[in-house]
Design a protein around this ligand. Sequence first.
Ligand code: S3P
Length: 436
Amino acid sequence: MAANDCFIVRPGGALRGETTVPGDKSISHRAVMFGAMAEGKTEVRDWLAAGDTEASLASIQSLGVRVERHDTHTLTIHGGNLQPPAGVLNLVNAGTGIRLLAGIMCGQPFASVLDGSEQLRRRPMKRIIAPLQQMGADINGVNDRAPLTVKPAVLRGIRYEMPVASAQVKSAILLAGLFAQGETIVVQPGPARDHTERMLRAMGAQIVTEGDVITLQPGARLRATDITVPGDISSAAFPIVAGLLVPGSDITLTGINLNPTRTGLLDVLRTMGADLTVTETGLAAGEPVGSIRVRHSALKGAEVGGKVVVEMIDEFPILMVAALFAEGKTVVRDAQELRVKETDRISVMAAELKKMGAVITETPDGFIIEGPQRLHAAIVDGHDDHRIAMSFSVAGLTVDGETTVLDARCASDSFPGFAPTMSGIGADIHVEAINA
Ligand code: S3P
């Protein structure tokens, strides 16, 4: 897709059939970064080739790591020997990319600068700078934002109680901890996704998780391992909600990551009355994988707050769409982290949904939606935020007339092929170039 591409969405018939979604974004970032550190050849299959993860891949190549690309989704990473980068490491729009790589860079005997797009430069970095500095790292930002400058320093393990449940912060600390003297302990206030712990353990790191306390002993050399990336449940969320909302739909998504730290949306949708059948079929990259069958369902409102919020943090834009069609009130609390994602996802969704006639009450840490509401087609803006652009495409399937989602190229930051995948199960979504 090109910079000015938009999605054109029309309502149509029921969604039917079986499909899958691209590889998990979180795991794909980690596969290339941890593979770069591990000694030997890390073979990665079903890797997500998307805007965010390509930025991580390019960064590890700038660090002198040789990568063989057999096809778009299959890589061999020859890891174990990071070299000083030739230039600035550009993570573009990838928050996971910059925060995890910063943790790794703090442990290297050379200096580096990590930067990204204007959007990434607006995102908070103090959350990683402060704990990394406590570990002795020489890392600084510009007003606590990217670009981040890292210089060599001796690191020591710390015990860190995270003020927010964030997998990116947890991972940055654990990755720096690999290079520190003494153990590193991270205490998380909630069950943030645990892909880092799973993958590092598979590569031979000594990491123990007891409840919300994660303890890492430094010193183990990471060994390369084979990684088959499961489908991303955060991408599956869009066809799932589309299947629930479009009458007569019956779709099955296969090969989806069912890691319990990621499946909060399924739990919430079930309490809203969703007809979902989840079947676990095996393991990929040490993560449970399976299929999800979705049938059109009449939804009712729900109260969402507490521990489940972090388990579905990227799914709130699409939950907002579901809530608009649900009978009764949906109240979301404890989700203030949504305000510091690629965009302020509460404000941006509320403002753009208003163009379709929706009424949403914003609160500092969430929103209130009284449903069901009758929406109409409109021209809406994706705000260079992939999950927002895809949420509006799903909303467009449920209203009369033609919805245009401007600035939709960003969908390929996490879900390349979103429009053809949705068309494959019967949705009328296509990409059109806009002449600026
Ligand atoms: C991610 C963690 C989450 C999530 C992001 C991916 C990760 O961010 O929103 O899309 O791969 O670790 P936070 O850790 O900031 O909550």
